[in-house]
Write a protein that binds this ligand. Structure first.
Ligand SMILES: Nc1ncnc2c1ncn2[C@@H]1O[C@H](COP(=O)(O)OP(=O)(O)OP(=O)(O)O)[C@@H](O)[C@H]1O
Ligand SMILES: [Mg+2]
Length: 752
């Protein structure tokens, strides 16, 4: 087999592989299908050429027919693919494709009939193929000249030159078959293979590659291939004609290759980039260093300085800026910049336009991508006399016009930000800021791996910003703790002189004082008592809790509390204790529990100045959360409810009543419920407020984990609480509905 025959085989194998790879893609778009068809047709053509040259034994006639038929289809397949790829408007595209298909069908007719033996007929088909490919080339040429940006034009130029060379050399390959001498036969197949590989790479990157990137790829693939050949050939060549050794060594070579491939590829790529593309290598390296440097930064201001200076130092950007989400109003505020100043604030609508322009899979928004998409969409619109008419004009399909509008908005934002590339700083699915840079000297300054390195820097920025928020929280917490300590000291200092004042005032005899003075003395005593109460409560609140935990009967504590309160219950209020007959004990400090119940009872009395009813009940329930979390082992909760018939707690106040010093009472401190919450939490319990189920009033609910105790055999079963059961059922229904809604939303998104 000579090198020409092998070149045809190589072209056949590579085009088949490319076709299959395009077909196997997830979410394959139309352009990939058309590419697969184009590659498959070239595969058939190369395969038949290979067999035609290799051996006559297979029956040249059939291979000849296949070569003519598949050759005749090439222009139609190529045109269909390029029209889609270049985004040529539907109608003219369809017309051109149909014309081309008619020509191809004629070629197939020649292949299927005895005409295939006639030299002139074959010559005509060949002429049609060359002419058709020239038409494809002219489409490319037209697109290149019509392209709006310089970058786009430069890239289409590479594509055009590649296609031209491939067509020319493949045409020359046919000369020997027409009886004309052509020594470098086979070169056409090789250029065709390289060109198809180039095309497939271009498709995969969603953008045209520049020549450097492509050459880099070729060098990497070749170098890797050579290394693999050395391993494989080295191990297999010395076995001679001993088949068992051959198989053994093949397996060994495969293992060696499999384990070496990944690290080897990385090394080779690194080496190629470092030697051939020094500038790019430097940028990626500097960005990596920059990423490491951000590790020591905590504050966003420091981050901006490090990152922006680092970017400018690479000498590859002329503008760089960092935006952060503003905390005083919706939108993003410019934190810092290098180069001429961009806009100081991004309104939410503006930021949305920007985020809308980036596909969900892309983490960076590139001006050149926006420009390319705009050019593609314009080509889809019917030709209009003026720009503004085609943009949103009546003739434009609504979806295209809408996308065009979105893109032109995004473009405007990018230029106001002075950004050629803009990366959202993502924390989860929320953008906490933007990092933007631009090189004004070259319209498109960054290659794919440079963009990837920039995205990594942006990711690091997002992380630092998130961490800085956490750090702020910690600082605030420390500040509050210090403040709390200081206030506790102050309260202590107040209490001593207060006691002295109280003592001294008590020595005064009100009966000896005339008229008004007596009243003033009473005010002094009353206010001193009040102040003393506030200070004592505050000290109680600020003192660390050290509950003396012991198994405690909640019912017992409640009974004792209300015995103590007997004297305090106003005449107009009736108190009812509805205690469950059997309750497990809880691990608690009885004194502290008493304090909680006292506070709740006093609040209830104070809420019903005109009289009413307070029902205090206990019962045993299951802690649903713990139940699900711990599997079938059931966890029990002891619940205490204080239900009064007062005005209730308004919904908007429900969150606030547990905050220290929140009070609506003239003489209240607002510490009662805060203390209750703290005590209950120290017992691993919860306290909540809700409106009383029937009519007016408030209900405070204290839940404490019950001890796992043997239930006495004669203990009655806890009564079924219909209301509670209803609540749990309702909760489950709601969460099932929410799950369903989420799933539907996800499916809709996937379909879109
Ligand atoms: N049973 C209740 N009904 C209606 N509102 C209540 C009830 N219990 C508490 N509140 C509201 O919650 C607020 C905070 O209660 P908290 O016990 O913390 O402080 P306070 O009662 O105002 O003052 P202190 O307890 O120090 O006398 C009260 O001012 C009141 O507005
Ligand atoms: Mg209170």
């Amino acid at each position: 087999m000579d090198i020409r025959t092998q070149a045809a085989l190589l072209a056949a194998i590579v085009t088949l592989a490319l076709s299959v790879a395009a077909l196997l893609r997830d979410n394959r778009s139309r352009v990939f299908t058309l590419f697969a068809v184009f590659a498959a047709d070239l595969f058939l053509f190369s395969l038949s050429s290979f067999f035609l040259r290799w051996s006559e034994a297979f029956g040249v006639g059939w291979w000849e027919r296949l070569a003519v038929a598949s050759g005749a289809l090439v222009p139609a397949a190529a045109l269909a693919f390029f029209l889609e790829f270049l985004g040529v408007a539907r109608r003219p595209a369809r017309r051109a494709r149909n014309t081309m298909l008619a020509g191809s069908l004629t070629g197939i007719v020649v292949a299927a009939t005895p005409l295939v033996q006639v030299k002139v007929a074959k010559l005509l088909v060949a002429a049609y193929v060359v002419g058709g490919l020239a038409a494809v080339l002219s489409t490319l040429w037209g697109k290149m000249h019509a392209s709006q940006t310089r970058v786009e034009r430069a890239r289409l130029q590479y594509l055009f030159v590649g296609a031209l060379v491939a067509v020319l050399l493949s045409t020359l390959d046919m000369l020997p078959r027409l009886g004309l001498p052509y020594p470098p036969e086979g070169l056409g197949s090789i250029t065709l293979t390289v060109f198809m590989f180039f095309l497939s790479q271009t498709l995969q990157r969603h953008r045209l590659l520049d020549l450097h990137e492509f050459l880099g790829k070729i060098v990497v693939v070749t170098a890797l291939g050579l290394v693999l050949v050395a391993i494989y050939g080295g191990l297999v060549s010395w076995v001679g004609d001993r088949p068992e050794l051959f198989y053994f060594n093949t397996i060994v070579a495969s293992f060696v290759i499999l384990s070496l491939f990944e690290p080897l590829r990385e090394r080779v790529e690194e080496w190629v980039v470092a030697t051939l593309f020094h500038e790019r290598y430097e940028l990626v390296r500097k960005l990596e260093l920059l990423r490491h440097r951000t590790g020591n930064v905590i504050e966003p201001a420091g981050l901006a300085e490090v990152v922006l200076d680092g970017l400018v130092e690479t000498r590859r950007v002329t503008h760089a800026s960092l935006w952060l989400v503003a905390d005083d109003r919706p939108g993003y505020r410019l934190l810092d910049f290098r180069g001429p100043p961009p806009v100081p604030f991004l309104e939410p609508a503006t930021a949305r336009a920007l985020l809308g322009a980036s596909a969900s899979t892309q983490k960076a928004i590139l001006l050149e991508n926006i420009d390319r998409r705009v050019a593609e969409l314009r080509a889809l619109l019917p030709p209009g006399p003026a720009e503004h008419e085609t943009r949103g004009g009546r003739g434009a399909p609504a979806a295209v016009a809408e996308e065009l509008k979105r893109l032109s908005d995004a473009r405007a934002v990018m230029s106001s930000m002075r950004a050629g590339i803009c990366m959202p700083l993502l924390a989860g699915d929320r953008a906490v800021g933007f990092l933007a840079c631009w090189d004004e000297r070259v319209p498109e300054a960054f290659a794919s791996d440079e963009i990837a390195a920039l995205i990594e820097v942006a990711d690091r920025c997002a992380l630092v910003i998130e961490n800085s928020k956490l750090y702020q929280h910690m600082k605030e917490r420390d500040r509050l703790a210090a403040l709390g300590e200081m206030s506790a000291g102050l309260a202590h200092e107040i209490r001593n002189p207060l006691a002295a004042i109280k003592g001294a005032v008590q020595f005064l005899d009100p009966s000896k004082l005339p008229g008004d003075d007596r009243e003033f003395l009473e005010i002094v005593i009353e206010e001193v008592n009040r102040l003393n109460g506030v200070v004592t409560q505050f000290l109680d609140y600020s003192r660390p809790l050290k509950p003396a935990l012991a198994p405690t009967d909640v019912n017992d504590v409640l009974e004792r509390t209300f015995r103590l309160l007997q004297a305090e219950v106003p005449q107009s209020i009736s108190v009812e204790l509805a205690l469950a007959e059997w309750l497990p004990r809880v691990n608690a400090d009885a004194e502290q529990l008493k304090q909680v119940f006292l506070n709740l009872a006093l609040n209830a009395f104070q809420a019903m100045p005109a009289g009413g009813r307070l029902v205090v009940s206990t019962r045993l329930t299951r802690d649903e959360l713990a139940f699900w979390r711990e599997g079938s082992r059931k966890a029990d909760l002891v619940e205490v409810r204080f239900r009064d018939s007062g005005p209730g707690v308004p919904e908007e106040a429900r969150d606030r009543i547990f905050v220290p010093f929140y009070t609506t009472k003239e003489k209240g401190t607002g510490l009662g419920l805060a203390i209750c919450q703290r005590l209950v939490k120290a017992h691993q319990g919860t306290i909540q407020v809700r409106p009383a189920p029937a009519g007016e009033g408030a209900e405070f609910l204290v839940s404490l984990p019950g001890l796992r105790e043997e239930r006495p055999p004669d203990a009655p079963k806890p009564p079924v609480d219909e209301e509670e059961r209803q609540r749990v059922r309702e909760q489950r229904r709601k969460s099932a509905e929410a799950r369903l809604r989420r799933r539907r939303k996800r499916r809709r998104k996937q379909q879109a």
